[in-house]
Structure formats: structure tokens, C-alpha cells
Design a protein around this ligand. Sequence first.
Ligand code: DOR
Ligand code: ZN
Length: 346
Amino acid sequence: MSTSLTIRRPDDWHLHLRDGAMLKAVLPETARHFARAIIMPNLVPPVVRGSDAAAYRDRILAALPDGMAFEPLMTLYLTEDTDPEDVAAAHASGLVKAVKLYPAGATTNSASGVKDFDRIAPVLEKMAEIGLPLCTHGEVTAAEIDIFDREAVFIDRVLDPVRRAHPGLKVVMEHITTSQAADYVRSVDRGLGATITTHHLVINRNHILVGGIRPHYYCLPVAKREEHRLALRAAATSGDARFFLGTDSAPHPDHLKEHPCGCAGCFTATNTMSVLAEVFEQEGALDRLEAFVSLNGPGFYGLPVNEDTITLTRGDAVTYPAKIEAGGETVTVFDPGYPLHWRVDA
Ligand code: DOR
Ligand code: ZN
């Protein structure tokens, strides 16, 4: 068994950094191991215009501790009023790398998201023309659709029709949680990819609900049955270039997670690389970890891979904090439920 693994420095293709004190607290957790990340725009108010993204990027870079390198890859939050010309200008300047679609009401801070998909057709047309990817939160929100079915129904009702209407549009299905999503991505040769989170490779829905409710395992899309977790592990460890890491690391203060109406999100930035090494080792696929975390994402986005490397070393159980402190509050770090043995030397 290998005891040491050197790979190109990874990137995170789906990350929530928030703002203010929370941003300052969580940014080093990602920047320690990752060179770049696609930064989610669901702030309050959301990052809608190119000027919002430029200001947010400046705040992220200002929050970066001295001596750390990190490149935020900015996104815009798609609304029914998004101006295609503003999107095109933000892309042309190199600032914006993707546009994020939240169906209205699907998740945290998604109230300004899209209800009428016809209204975003002109933006999607422009994005197809300029080669700017659309990142989708792939869940329908219709009340009659069971929460465990919302991703699979999204594929049929929204994603497939949108892709047919805009054949040139590059699309990333974010944080996929089902075998249906993995199969759909595999059924398309070009222009469709998917991110997979760290936590969805580890937990299924039992982890959230058996033996007491575990708010720190609650996220959206919610974890599904075991068969789906296994399908995600197969996709992530396959080496297939259409699948890449997007942690969806999403910090919330503990008092809002441990709450009668707890927020959705797992905070995995701190230990993601150790967890993934453990998962890939369990699957006998350590030789494909680099593809998932460092090669496939840049390949999809048409960006260069990182030149420098990190080294993972197997040894005694690694230690990491159970919580980090953020502006006088705490944020619980994802607990995979088993010891981790891969230390990261970045
Ligand atoms: O679990 C989640 N948390 N899913 C999302 O889609 C949003 C995220 C957040 O912003 O907290
Ligand atoms: Zn997210």
C-alpha cells in the first residue's frame, strides 16, 4: 500500500466563503490546500452584477492571511432580471468564470432565484455564445415533489429541456446526490460535467436521521439512500473527466445548525483532502484522486492545471479541530465518523 502520494495542488469547484468575520475565518481553511475555488454568489444580497463580483473578490483577497496564495474564481447569481450584456462584460474581463442558477426557494439565500425559466433564455443564449458555464443547483422546488426526488425530477423537468434549448451551453450539475444524476452526466459526451462533494461520498440519509437527528449532516441536496452514495463513489473514483470535486463547504454558525429550523450545509473545508484520501483508499483508487481533485475541473473549465503540488502521507490518525471559531461563534467541522490517516503537507 502506498504511504505517500504527491499530486498537483487541488481546486474546489464549488465553495461558500460568505462575508465579513465568517469569510475571514473560513478562507484559510480552504487556501491551506487549494489553489483556486469557484465562489458561490448566494450572499445577502446576492452577487448579481459584475460590479458585485468585483467588490466581493476584493473582499476575499483582503481577507487572505499574509503569505497564503489563493485565486477566487467568481460567479454571478442568475436572476430573472440578469442583463446578458453585464454577464458578457464580466466574463470578457476575466472576472467571472460561471453563472449560478438557483431555482427560487431551493436552498440557503435562494429567494432571488429563478421561477420562470423562459425569462432567463436570453442570458443562457449569450452564455452559450461566449462559452461561459452555467452551474445549476439541480433541485425542483414544487411542494408536491418529495425532497428525496427533487434532483431526479429536476433533470427531466428543467435540465434536459434547458440543454436541448441551448445546445452550446456548458453546464455543471452541482453537488450531485443520485445515481440518476451520475447516469445523466455519463449519457452526454460534451458540455456537461458534475461536481461531487466530500460529504456525499461519506454519508447517506441514515447518518442524518438514525439514532437522533444530526443537524451537521443536513445539507441540500439532502443525502440520499446508500445505493446513491455508492453510485457517487463509483463516479468520483472512476477517473471519468466529467466528474470533479466541488466541496460545497458551507459554513453556518452552530447555533443556526442546532436550531428548530436548522440551516443546510456541511463545513468540510478543514479536512476535505484527508477525507477524500481515505475514501479513495477505501475504493482502491488512490491513483485516481488527482484526476478528481486537480485535473478534471480545470479540464472542464478550460483553465490550466496547477503547477505546484501537495503531498499526502499515510500514518497515525490525523488530528483536526472539531470546530473553528468565527467572529465569536463556532462552526462545526464535518465529522466523517471514522479516523483519518492521510496528513496533507501543502
Ligand atoms: O447545503 C447547502 N448549503 N446547500 C446549498 O445549496 C447552499 C449551501 C449554503 O449556502 O449554506
Ligand atoms: Zn452550494
